[in-house]
Each structure stands twice: as C-alpha cells, then as structure tokens.
Design a protein around this ligand. Structure first.
Ligand code: PBG
Length: 307
C-alpha cells in the first residue's frame, strides 16, 4: 500500500540483435539468453515478446566484416540489414515501437562510432553528416524513434532538422545524452564484433568521474530537440539518473547495459545469487532513481515474471 515505485512491463524496452541470413539463432557467449537472430526468427521472437506486453524494441545490427569499411557506408544503405528489418517488423506488427540505433560502430572496420582521421582522431562534424543520412534511412524504413548512441556534439539538432525537412515530423529522438565511456559495454561489443581496433571512446563518451557534465549534455540535447533523454549505463550511474530526472520534465530512460546483464547471469549460473530477485531489485532501483523507461536484456524474462 505504501510502495513508492512499481516496475511494470510498460517500462521495458527490449534491445535485440539482428544478423543476416535465414534460420539463425546464435547465443552470445558473454550474454547467455541473448541471441543474434536472422530476420525470420527475429520476427517470431518479436511477436512473442509483444504478446507478453513488451511495447518497444531497440534494434542493433550485426554486420559481417566484409561489409564494414572506414566510413560505415552500409549504415545508410536504404536496403541495408537494419532498414530491411525495420520494414519487415512494421509490416508484421505495426503497433510495436521500433527504436533504431544511430552510430557508426557496427559498420566501421575500426569499430569507432565516428569517422577517424589518419591520426586516429574522431571527426565530429563529418560524422554528424553521416549520422543524419543514417537516421533518415531508418525513418524512411519506418522507425518510430531514432536513438543516437554515438555522443557526437550537435547530432540531435542536425537529425531533428533533417527529419522535419524530409517530412518525418512524427519520428521521435531517444537521445543517449549522458553516455559514459564504460567497461560495462564489453559483452555488447562481443555481440556485434565491434570493439574499437585502436584507442578508446573517451574522447566522445563521458568520464565516469563526471556528473555535472551529464547535466550539460542533457541540456544541449533537450535544446536541440530530444524527446527522451537516456543515461547509460544504469546501475553504476543511479545518481546520474536521479539528477537528470530532477533537471528535466522529459521522459528519462536508463540503459541496463550488457555488462550489468552478464554479471547477474554469471553469478546466477554459479549459484551465488538469487537471479530473479536480483534482477527485480536492480530494475526497481532504476525506477526509484527516476527512470521512466528501462532498456534491458532482461525484458522478456521480467515480462514473464510480472505476469
Ligand atoms: C555503440 C553502442 C554501445 C552500446 C550501445 N550502443 C557500445 C559502445 O558505445 O561501445 C552498449 C550497449 C550495452 O553494453 O548493452 N554505439
């Protein structure tokens, strides 16, 4: 009766991995229970999770090495993997909210989220131009939200302007506004084979030691036209979620990332923790901190638990 926060299936966004080919369902070693699906099986899985009450999915493409290049040209191919996938999902289940990732790392041979010069420096503004093309191709395919996860400066404004100019006025932007340069992304990079081949992402993602900078980043994204603000990772950054929530009236999302998932799965497999209770406690803590939405690889399991 006096409980202040309740986790519900409406809070959940399910991140899913799509790969080329047919009849593929390959488990990700460092993310037990998560799979790379080919489109045919992905559609079946989405139908199942939609049935369970999950209203939104976030898609990530697994691009084969021979289709990656230095500038990520496959990212805006109108017939690319992600674009075809979005079209097929919206045809099969038009009601499900489809969120697409806007960043170059699945598509670049070097694994960075942006274009790099010969010294390995990230080129912010030229990258934003490619991100705009990518977002437009996803909107054309039918994405409901585009979600820039790249952390380039100025990309939210540029994408909003381009979407509006092309008539995609109802496509929303879920901005990865406060995204930290985190070691918790390790298993996700295994899933996509997208670990950076040189350097790290610390020139564009945030320093774990900073909190005020997160507020500056969200302020910029809000001014540029973001519809939902995200903090990522979640568990080690609950204070950031809390501060961000009190700094904005926009919905706040938290990304319960791959490393957070892997830690719980590993400890549970060893029999060292009560998996179900730890999952529910972790996700509830994100709601308590202020998250309105949670991207989590536990979404399907939690939907089943909450039934
Ligand atoms: C990259 C991207 C990453 C994640 C989502 N989009 C990894 C990175 O920034 O290197 C991580 C998600 C997770 O760990 O679950 N644009």
């Amino acid at each position: 009766m006096v409980r202040e926060n309740t986790l519900t299936v409406n809070d959940l966004i399910y991140p899913m991995f799509v790969t080329e080919g047919k009849a593929q369902k390959v488990e990700i070693t460092s993310m037990p229970g998560c799979y790379r699906y080919s489109l045919d099986l992905l559609l079946k899985e989405i139908a199942e999770v939609f049935e369970l009450g999950i209203n939104a999915i976030a898609l990530f493409p697994v691009i084969p090495e021979n289709k990656k290049d230095d500038t990520g040209t496959q990212s805006y191919n109108p017939d690319g993997l992600i674009q075809q996938t979005v079209k097929a999902i919206k045809q099969a289940i038009p009601e499900i909210v489809v969120i697409t990732d806007v960043a170059l790392d699945p598509f670049t041979s070097h694994g960075h989220d942006g274009l790099v010069d010969e010294n390995g420096t990230i080129l912010n503004d030229p990258t934003v131009e490619v991100l705009v093309k990518m977002a437009l191709s996803q909107a054309a395919a039918g994405a409901d939200f585009v979600a820039p996860s790249d952390m380039m400066d100025g990309r939210i404004g540029a994408i909003r302007q381009a979407l509006d100019a092309e008539g995609y006025i109802n496509v929303g932007i879920l901005a990865y506004s406060a995204k930290y340069a985190s070691a918790y992304y390790g298993p996700f990079r295994d899933a996509l084979d997208s670990a950076p081949k040189f350097g790290d992402k610390k020139t564009y993602q945030m320093d774990a030691a900073n909190a005020k900078e997160a507020l500056k980043e969200i302020e910029l994204d809000i001014a540029e036209g973001a519809d939902i603000i995200m903090v990522k990772p979640a568990l080690a950054y609950l204070d950031i979620i809390c501060r961000v929530k009190s700094a904005t009236n926009l919905p706040v999302a938290a990304y319960n990332v791959s490393g957070e998932y892997a830690m719980i799965k590993a400890a549970a497999q060893m029999g060292w923790i009560d998996e179900k209770q730890v999952i529910l406690e972790s996700l509830t803590s994100m709601k308590r901190a202020g998250a309105d939405l949670i991207l989590t690889y536990f979404a399907k399991e939690v939907a089943l638990m909450l039934m």
